[in-house]
Ligand binder design. Sequence first.
Ligand SMILES: NC(=O)C1=CN([C@@H]2O[C@H](COP(=O)(O)OP(=O)(O)OC[C@H]3O[C@@H](n4cnc5c(N)ncnc54)[C@H](OP(=O)(O)O)[C@@H]3O)[C@@H](O)[C@H]2O)C=CC1
Ligand SMILES: O=C(O)CCC(=O)C(=O)O
Length: 521
Amino acid sequence: MTFSSDNLIGGERVPGAGAPWRAVEAATGSALEPAFASATAEQAERACALAAEAFDTYRETPLQARADFLDAIARNILDLGDDLVTRCMAETGLPRPRIEGERGRTVGQLRMFAEVVRRGAFLGLRVDPAQPERKPLPRPDLRLRRIAVGPVLVFGASNFPLAFSVAGGDTASALAAGCPVIVKAHPAHPGTSALVGGAIQRAVAECGLPAGVFALLFEEGIAIGQRLAADPRVAAIGFTGSRRGGTALMQIAATRATPIPVYAEMSSINPVVLMPAALQARGAEIGKAFVASLTLGSGQFCTNPGLVLAVDGPGLDAFLAAASEALPNVAAATMLTPGIHKAYCEGVAALESNPAVERVAQGQEGTGQQGQPVLFATTGAAFRADHRLGEEVFGAASLVVRCADTNELRAVLEGLEGQLTAALHMDPSDHVETRGLLPVLERKVGRILVNGFGTGVEVGHAMVHGGPFPATSDGRTTSVGSLAIDRFLRPVSYQDMPEALLPEALTDANPAQLPRSVDGA
Ligand SMILES: NC(=O)C1=CN([C@@H]2O[C@H](COP(=O)(O)OP(=O)(O)OC[C@H]3O[C@@H](n4cnc5c(N)ncnc54)[C@H](OP(=O)(O)O)[C@@H]3O)[C@@H](O)[C@H]2O)C=CC1
Ligand SMILES: O=C(O)CCC(=O)C(=O)O
């Protein structure tokens, strides 16, 4: 399979400059062709200029045309066929079913946003007709719509090379909102990024859109990403990755002459709360299911269950026994990058050396860049006394906290940082006790789920994949599901604007019959 390793800017392929670098085959560590060269400062500047130039045209494209564009991207990604799957497997070490499933999710996500665009409800149209006779003062005519915020900078994630990367949720929701997108490809999967970027670039041309609607820049390092984040033409940033990277971008965005929002998804340990009746009835069954979720994708999910909380007793013992039986059967799996593998090994070593922590079980030993799954346990008191025990170890490691009673369990929850998810395992007789925990969980997490695990986010209209800091930089929103479009929209109100100058959707005729509220109804 051959493909261009050039940056994609303004409908053209533009070779980068500087020392060439190559993708690494995750399983073997060997270099993969072709060589990539990082984008230059001038190329970043050009991508921003073209995005700004395209903005006013793109945001006013008819909704049907914008939806067709999203559908065209989906089609072009599928047309890449097995070339995309095999390259992605090589670069990430993730198995075929996972990559094929993720491709389906990516394409489905684009099509969902196409449908959202066609329906038009995202525009949030509101009309308050004038009341010239109102006393003591007449009321003006007010009409509101939401417009796109401007060019959006997206950082592809290492752990979801398709669904959270070049054509992932951030890109799909920004394009749906009417924002041009500049992607900084993750250097862990540049070939995958090049293939998907080509699919988007072709869709831009096929749909007759301005070429600045999409750009893809490669970089091994952070200088170009930081330059793009600081560019005055960039209006918002989408990011999935480390807390360090996310907070660095938040800092850049907040200290620009014109600060902009950063939607960064960062670290989360996703508490799993095992309620007493559920534990007593099926502790062993939950233990087995937990191991499956913990080790999925070598644990490289931000929704990975990194913390388990329960009141100590025979039910928890049964859970631990089942998990300890299942875990040694799990093979070590290749991790995404040497850096992520190293960080995982260091995180595990820190837990191993903590005197308040015991290792309960581990999976099979790995070689090279493979991560060995591991399960630890500690007490509620120890967990509350040492904040390091609440830090994310990205990979298949988890910590069980034996709580003395429900009060201690609640105190542990109260002490947690913001999280993407919390999973409750409970039976009907646990309802009263669980009700008492819900206000705490609502304050701490973006999604509360019952009798399951958070890995494998459903892409839908009622999904929240977000949460208070540090799970994300802005807990008021989501990066998965149709609500993600709200991040890239801003309301504009038109007061006493002549009908001839109003956006079509706000005219009395409303020719496309888009949904809108009148006087709040
Ligand atoms: N919560 C989550 O969803 C995820 C968390 N992680 C965590 O992140 C760790 C590293 O994984 P990785 O995916 O490489 O995440 P990083 O945050 O290190 O990198 C993500 C992207 O952001 C860029 N970047 C990183 N730091 C900066 C910065 N200071 N300024 C500008 N750009 C920056 C990277 O560039 P470049 O690589 O070129 O330097 C890369 O393109 C993992 O071990 C894990 O702990 C990772 C994936 C998902
Ligand atoms: O669990 C999922 O499906 C999504 C996880 C995720 O968003 C991530 O790991 O970055």
